[in-house]
Design a protein around this ligand. Structure first.
Ligand SMILES: C=C(O[C@@H]1C=C(C(=O)O)C=C[C@H]1O)C(=O)O
Length: 285
């Protein structure tokens, strides 16, 4: 008994020593981000670098071993990076909460952390406006199929400089779904900065076609020019034109030859294409 409590004491002392080291390292990391902030000062653009953050998390998940759960590992680093991004420039999050329940608020908090103000708004059009008017650094909106018919993606088809872009998809670590459970919520992150290439990305593309072009046909036409369509997320049908939101594999820039080919090879069917953003592919738990 005496031996057991002695060894328990010793183990707890080791934990205290580890906690001190972890804490020192967190403070040291914060100081380094302060130096990065100083280096960025005077340069235009947001402090937030979603691509860099995704690469950091992928690297850590890739080297992870042992019993500590990966979702908890990701959560710790999301909290650290969320806290540090707002130390560089004022940071705030607007989130659309289209349905009852706290799902989207949780997604935003889990990703951007507890430190910064989170403005909960009744719909995604409000969020788009907050981001465009720089009243929020980032916005979180439901994926189109769950956005209660709100086509927020249509507002992103614009060349104006303050037009929000999709720069992320949440959650960054997709939870394991037990059989019979509904698909977990997912959301997109909007910001007025451009998405960054990370080596494993998807791009969101709005394709304007003449009426009556089915999603399947559009998928085939995309494949024909070398664009791998992951899914067709939404469509909007006007009398004289249809707009489709496609999710394609890879980081595709607006001037990508495949986008030009898609229009040129299908004149009379496809009128235009517009990249409205992209995101690092989330990890699976
Ligand atoms: C530190 C930076 O700024 C932000 C904070 C990061 C971090 O805490 O590691 C990473 C990317 C940026 O979102 C950076 O640009 O490297």
């Amino acid at each position: 008994m005496a031996d057991d409590s002695a060894s328990l004491d010793s183990l707890r002392q080791q934990i205290d020593a580890i906690d001190d080291r972890l804490h020192d390292l967190v403070m040291e990391r914060a100081a380094l981000v302060g130096r990065i902030a100083a280096a960025k000062a005077g340069t235009p653009g947001a402090a937030l670098r979603p691509g860099r953050e995704a690469q950091i998390i992928r690297r850590l998940v890739g080297r992870h071993s042992g019993t500590f759960p990966r979702p908890a590992l990701v959560r710790i680093w999301r909290e650290i990076m969320g806290a540090l991004v707002g130390l560089q420039r004022p940071f705030s999050v607007a989130v659309a909460q289209p349905k009852r329940g706290a799902g989207y608020i949780d997604l935003a908090r889990d990703h951007f952390g507890v430190v910064w103000p989170l403005n909960v708004l009744p719909g995604s059009s409000h969020v788009v406006r907050e981001v465009a008017n720089a009243r929020a650094s980032v916005g979180v909106v439901a994926a189109p199929e769950a956005a209660g018919g709100e086509n927020w993606w249509l507002a992103l088809v614009s060349e104006m400089t303050n037009t929000p872009r999709v720069i992320g998809r949440l959650p960054m670590l997709m939870p394991e779904i037990p059989p019979d459970h509904p698909e977990p919520l997912h959301a997109f992150v909007l910001a007025t900065s451009e998405p960054e290439e990370t080596g494993n990305d998807r791009t969101l593309l709005v394709v304007e076609t003449v009426p009556d072009v089915s999603r399947d046909r559009l998928r085939t036409l995309q494949t024909g020019v070398g664009l791998e369509c992951v899914s067709m997320l939404a469509s909007h049908r006007d009398d004289d034109r249809w707009l489709h939101l496609a999710e394609v594999t890879g980081f595709v820039a607006q001037n990508d030859a495949r986008l030009i080919a898609l229009v040129l090879a299908n004149t009379g069917t496809i009128r235009s294409t517009r990249v409205i953003g992209g995101y690092p592919v989330p990890l699976s738990a």
